[in-house]
Ligand binder design. Sequence first.
Ligand code: FES
Length: 172
Amino acid sequence: MAVATKSSTEIRSILAGLQAEAQAILGKYDQKRAALLPLLHLAQERIGHVSLEVEEWAAGLVETTPAHVHEVVTFYTLYHQHPIGKHHIQVCSNMSCVLRGADEIIRHLEDRLEIKVGQTTKDGMFTLSSVECLCACEIAPMLQVNDRYVGPLTKESVDRLIDECRSNQQRA
Ligand code: FES
């Protein structure tokens, strides 16, 4: 099973259903553009990634251009331009984490998941990324899996994390 990809029509239909929530977000800000990040977050949460349709939708809501929205989306690593796995594993590869073994952790994850950084497992379960400092250097080497920070990592704790994600998936 590959990562599920929604069609353009499906995405537009989901976005149409988000109008009330989008207006509520817009209502919290004096300037519409200030609502851009939370609007993108809302759309990504429901759709799984920020597609071109989402960029156009958000641009219309905050009265800017899709090109400006695209710049924002590509600047922040928390926005995904393509569908990702159910568990997005982002390993910090900045100095503190590298000095404490992040490279070895990434290699271990690549071996264990049988993918390279930037790829998604065939079952659509895991996407592996390497990211800049996640501001949790005190638990280096560390990673973020979806909204959760995990560290300091060892090969064993990484194995346990993968097993945990898989068993949670089976229960879901
Ligand atoms: S260097 Fe890895 S969290 Fe800061």
